[in-house]
Design a binder for this molecule. Structure first.
Ligand code: AHR
Length: 682
């Protein structure tokens, strides 16, 4: 062969090899065979897990716009914090005065601190400013719901006898038309008045003041300013501002845009109030549900284990209400009478147990929760639910007891006390136990052994692992003993390099979710974690939904959850994948599940191709009834490293197209894709 021809041939071969290496040929067609009759799987399989982490509650889902509204921030939360954090003192137009934290006569013992404002010379006003969580976003023409508590400490001079007669009357109630001496205003950063209300001077008992402030213009980072314009002393507490619209227009409600994207996941259940947050940083920090109900000014606020503050304005009533509003079954988690083993920064040795002589009271607290949720409005705790505006029960079915607790004798003893009492008095409730933070290991084994001994209804497994782990563990549940406790996969997420929300991580989760569906007879519930993260305030990534004051950003992982949850079924067919041995099999096996939705009769085939090449598949459904020739195919696909960012929030979003389907059809699954093929049966 002449040298030039040889070189040309060599060059062509080298090019082809290079092309093949960078663009692998489509894998040989595989066959997916779906067979009936199918077996029942959990109708509640896909849900959500809400934890107040990453500012998910205050500064997040809870719509309150004022930060540290009750002056209860403390240095135990962050070293630089105190009761006045997020507030600034202001003295306008020659005003003179001072501010202080007071605790002598609080509104309620659960809410011990308040603000004392001392005005020596009013000028144009002496008061305080709050910039909310990264600024208060307001829209022109909208009405913001203001609420605050105030009481006179003294009029005029603190040390002089209280004024009487006309002097006092004039101060308390200005002449007709004049604004009251307590002004509350929305302002821009540079002091432009964006809307204002005023109040008369309050009496010397705590008075609840409410009004709406209409925003004169749109501003992304407004502030709330409270000003006193007469000489005197005023106590202020629970200074609250809510947006005009909350989700389902609930008072003390939730941020509508965030709540809506959660609702759009169509979760069948919601676990709350958290994982580690529920059992708390030390026994005094356990999440005690009774502290979180009733009027907000009477709730016991406390430090958040994740390093910030919980107003518990989003408390048990609001959680139950939200579950109802989005059609999710409530799944509260109560501490098992022990705190987090990482309490006091002791890294696994900080578990402490409630003294045994407190356990009967604690067990009663758990039983009371069931009564609060389900008891008649005439019962003690049902009456409190009714007083909050919900006489009907909340239909509690599931109760989590404990979270990832180290399986110590102290834990077991307390868990059993709670479990025995609930089982005896409420056999209708499924108690969910805990098997540690990992998918295997000593706590996992001990937790399962304990569950076997107690014959627990369900246990809560957790795992945060690399994407490869998820792909390598698609058969984890195939061999689980069906006679034992059912599984709630309460927390899971694929953690890719840099803990980013890559499409790769989302597809690994999707592949695993096909395995959950295939095992939906034993895996009864599953929820990704964590759910929410405020940009710039994260303690944990990756998360499902990111947000700031103005916007919500959905991740590829969110779309995976949504694609599964909105394409669910209650019957799972067997779906076997066979790859011809004479072709190049996909490096990562295709992950497949096939379910039928009883409401519509639709058959839903889910297929994950986590390979860098198109996967051609022949789908055979011999034992299913007639199928319409045109189905739909919802696909999430793209660069495995793609992430939905603030700059490009739609880098990875699902696309729908119609697809020719039938009892036997061909499909080409794109590289790095999740496809949900919906077929109508006749
Ligand atoms: O989801 C974040 C944390 O991970 C949870 O609080 C805890 O249960 C787990 O360790």
């Amino acid at each position: 062969m002449p040298t030039t021809a040889f070189s040309r041939l060599f060059a062509t071969a080298a090019l082809s090899l290079a092309f093949f290496l960078t663009n692998p040929l489509p894998a040989a067609p595989a066959t997916i065979r779906v067979d009936g009759p199918g077996r029942p799987i959990s109708p509640d399989l896909f849900g959500i897990f809400f934890e107040d982490l990453n500012y998910a509650a205050d500064g997040g889902l809870y719509a309150e716009l004022i930060q540290n509204r009750s002056f209860e921030y403390q240095a135990t939360e962050q070293p630089t914090w105190n009761s006045l954090t997020s507030w600034e003192f202001t003295a306008r137009g020659g005003g003179k005065g001072s501010w202080a934290v007071a605790a002598a006569e609080p509104i309620h013992p659960n809410n011990p601190h308040y603000l004392a404002l001392h005005v020596r010379q009013p000028g144009a006003g002496v008061g305080v400013v709050n910039a909310g969580f990264d600024g208060i976003p307001i829209q022109a023409g909208e009405h913001y719901a203001l609420s605050l508590f105030a009481k006179q400490l003294y009029l005029k001079d603190r040390w002089a006898p209280a004024p009487t007669g006309a002097d006092a009357v004039l101060a308390a109630k200005p002449r007709d038309g004049a604004p009251g001496p307590l002004l509350v205003r929305l302002e821009s950063k540079d002091g432009e008045n964006l809307g204002e209300v005023s109040f008369d001077w309050p009496g010397s008992e705590w008075t609840h003041l409410t009004a709406t402030i209409t925003a004169r213009r749109t501003e992304a980072t407004a502030r709330l300013v409270v000003l006193v314009t007469i000489q005197g002393g005023l106590a202020l507490d629970v200074i609250s501002l809510f947006p005009p619209k909350t989700f389902h227009d609930r008072p003390n409600g939730l941020r509508a845009d965030l709540a809506q994207v959660i609702a759009d996941l169509q979760p069948r259940f919601m676990r709350f109030p958290g994982g580690c947050l529920a059992h708390g940083d030390g026994l005094g920090n356990m999440y005690r549900w009774k502290d979180t109900i009733g009027p907000i000014e009477q709730r016991r606020e406390q430090a958040n284990l994740w390093g910030y503050h919980q107003t518990v304005g989003l408390g048990y009533f609001e959680f139950f209400q939200f579950c109802e509003d989005i059609g999710a079954k409530p799944l509260p988690v109560v501490p098992a009478g022990v705190c987090c083993q990482n309490s006091g920064q002791k890294g696994g040795t900080g578990q402490r147990c409630l003294p045994l002589d407190q356990m009967s009271g604690y067990v009663q607290e758990v039983l009371d929760l069931i009564e609060y949720a389900n008891g008649p409005a005439t019962s003690t705790w049902g009456a409190k639910r009714a007083a909050a505006g919900h006489p009907e029960p909340f239909h509690l079915e599931y109760l989590g007891v404990g979270n990832e607790d180290t399986q110590t004798p102290g834990f077991r003893e307390r868990f059993k006390l709670i479990y025995d009492a609930v089982k005896a008095q409420h056999p209708e409730i499924t108690v969910i136990g805990t098997v540690g933070p990992f998918p295997d290991g000593p706590d996992f084994d001990a937790g399962w052994k304990f569950a076997d001994e107690l014959q627990l209804g369900m246990v809560d497994e957790h795992y945060y692992q690399k994407p490869e782990w998820f792909l390598n563990n698609l058969h984890r549940y195939d061999s689980y003993d069906r006679a034992k406790s059912k599984v709630y996969l309460g927390e899971y997420a694929a953690h890719d390099t840099g803990r980013r929300n890559t499409l790769r991580s989302a597809l690994a989760e999707a592949a695993h979710m096909t395995a959950l569906e295939r095992n939906g007879d034993i895996v009864r519930l599953a929820s990704y974690a964590p759910l929410l993260a405020r940009e710039g305030h994260t303690q944990w990534t990756p998360d499902l939904i990111y947000f700031n004051s103005a916007r919500v950003r959905l991740t590829a992982n969110y779309y995976v959850q949504q694609m599964f949850a909105t394409n669910r079924g209650e019957t799972c067919f067997s779906a076997t994948v066979s790859t011809p041995t004479d072709g190049a099999a996909p490096t990562v096996p295709l992950a497949v599940s096939c379910v039928q939705d009883s409401a519509t009769g639709d058959v839903l085939l889910k297929l994950v191709n986590a390979n860098p090449a198109v996967a051609a598949v022949q789908v055979e459904l011999p034992s299913l009834g007639p199928i319409d020739p045109v189905g739909t195919c919802l696909v999430l696909a793209g660069d495995p490293d793609a992430v939905n960012t603030t700059e490009n929030p739609s880098s990875v979003v699902p696309q729908t197209a119609s697809l020719a389907v039938g009892k036997s059809f061909h499909y080409e699954a794109p590289a790095y894709s999740l496809a949900v093929i919906r077929m109508k049966t006749r």
